[in-house]
Design a protein around this ligand. Structure first.
Ligand code: GLA
Length: 428
């Protein structure tokens, strides 16, 4: 689908006035659906997201001062700030993602943009350190908000692309998904966006969403190593198998996500520390360093809840590796089996599912021609992702609930996913 650029340009003209002869640009960045590898990114594990055809788009005109003027078409609200004093807004909380990215791109106290010492993340030094300038911008998105499809990462990445293009960064580099330099720049952008979300917005997310929005490739899943930030696009082969990816939004939104998310992070960090202590292995930093045999040897010595959390992560990391093998061999049914397993593990061991997600996965399981389904994203509501043979799609759509499933929930929605490229910016 994606936001229509002509419509957004009209909105820009209505809000900021005529622009004939002015430099007007558009940046856009996609949301993501994670196929497998849930709650593994902050343990340095593997993930396998796809960037989707739904995105956040920003039409903007570079300014001559240091003032950023934003208008959100979705919230119908203006928000303005100066680059010399970037503060969070309580009146227009949506603007904090843009503010946070401007802040992260302007603070260079960590020259590696948060990269770990000694890690090889590419030899070319494609800096993203530019003197930012002001701009006028209108923003709109069609990534459902709060549904676990990373509307916030899409907004952050689109904001970074707008700010950097306005500041004069070479758009050939910015738009390159092939060159080493372009990829290095995108890694740095993803890290800056994560920093914005962690330190400015105050949500301790991992790196998956921002990397997926930056690195997405049409027709491919992004096999991402969240420790090294190296990634490989893996062809999905959906057409060969006559299969489609379908997202079911349960319409359930839970406010608990942030606190429970942080608690899970703590639990697995505690687990990794305990395992390192029990084994006297200083090379165990995160659960990425623990294989299943090692986990089995020490699992009983951990408090049972911590053990359940760790078991999920250790096995989920392995499922991603197996999933990539299955995709490469063109065995989508094997991939689907890993998705069912992943959901069970998220439900029973990591405990981040909810009854509506479980029901949607159960219905998918009972529908012939659905190869696999699982909750996707942080959990506690939001969406399931389904790998479905095309002929089975009408049956699945008929079987899934179409009415809000609890008081306050939104109407559920089903949509077929187009697997898209990562963020782009261009002159209109
Ligand atoms: C959210 C976070 C990601 C990741 C997922 C769970 O989407 O933003 O970093 O941790 O949850 O896999």
């Amino acid at each position: 689908m994606a936001v229509d650029s002509r419509w957004l340009l009209e909105q820009f003209q209505t809000v900021f006035g005529g622009c004939s002869g002015d430099e007007v640009w558009i940046s856009r960045a996609p949301g993501r659906v994670n196929l497998i590898g849930e709650h593994t990114d902050y343990s340095g594990g593997f993930v396998l997201p796809v960037a989707v055809g739904h995105d956040v788009a920003i039409v903007f005109r570079p300014g001559t001062d240091r003032i950023i003027r934003l208008y959100s078409c979705d919230y119908r609200q203006m928000s303005e700030f100066c680059l010399d004093r970037i503060l969070t807004s309580t009146d227009a909380p949506w603007s904090n993602f843009f503010r946070g990215v401007a802040w992260a791109l302007s603070t260079h106290e960590s020259p590696d943009g948060g990269l770990n010492e000694g890690e090889d993340r590419g030899s070319n030094n494609c800096e993203i350190e530019y003197e930012l300038i002001g701009l006028d911008a209108v923003i709109s998105g069609d990534v459902p908000i709060g549904a676990g499809l990373s509307s916030s990462a899409a907004f952050e990445v689109a904001s970074a692309f707008a700010l950097l293009a306005a500041a004069g960064m070479d758009t050939v580099i910015l738009n390159s998904l092939e060159s080493e330099c372009g990829l290095n720049a995108r890694r740095r952008i993803a890290l800056a966006c994560q920093k914005a979300e962690n330190l400015f917005v105050g949500v301790s997310c991992g790196i998956m969403d921002q990397m997926a929005s930056c690195m997405g490739k049409a027709g491919h899943a992004i096999y991402l190593d969240c420790r090294s930030l190296r990634h490989e696009p893996v062809e999905l082969g959906l057409d060969n198998a006559d299969a489609v990816i379908v997202v079911y939004d349960t319409g359930v939104r839970r406010g608990l996500v942030d606190s429970e998310y942080n608690r899970r992070r703590q639990e697995v960090e505690t687990g990794a520390k305990m395992i390192s202590g029990i084994l006297r292995r200083s090379d165990v930093h995160t659960l990425r360093d623990v294989d299943f045999a090692t986990f089995q040897a020490v699992g009983e010595m951990l408090p049972s809840k911590v053990a359940r959390r760790c078991e999920h992560v250790v096995r989920e990391i392995r499922r991603v590796e197996n999933g990539v093998v299955a995709l490469r061999q063109g065995t989508l049914d094997t991939f689907g089996d890993l998705m069912w397993e992943s959901h069970e593990s998220l439900r029973d061991l990591y405990e981040v599912s909810c009854p509506e997600l479980d029901m949607a996965v159960r219905i998918a399981h009972e529908t012939d021609g659905v190869l696999g389904a699982r909750m996707t994203g942080a959990g506690f509501g939001g969406c399931t992702v389904n790998l479905v043979l095309r002929h089975a799609l009408p049956d699945l759509v008929r079987a899934l609930p179409g009415k809000p499933m609890r008081p306050g929930a939104l109407e559920p929605r089903v949509f077929k996913i187009d697997v898209a490229d990562g963020a782009k910016v261009r002159r209109l």
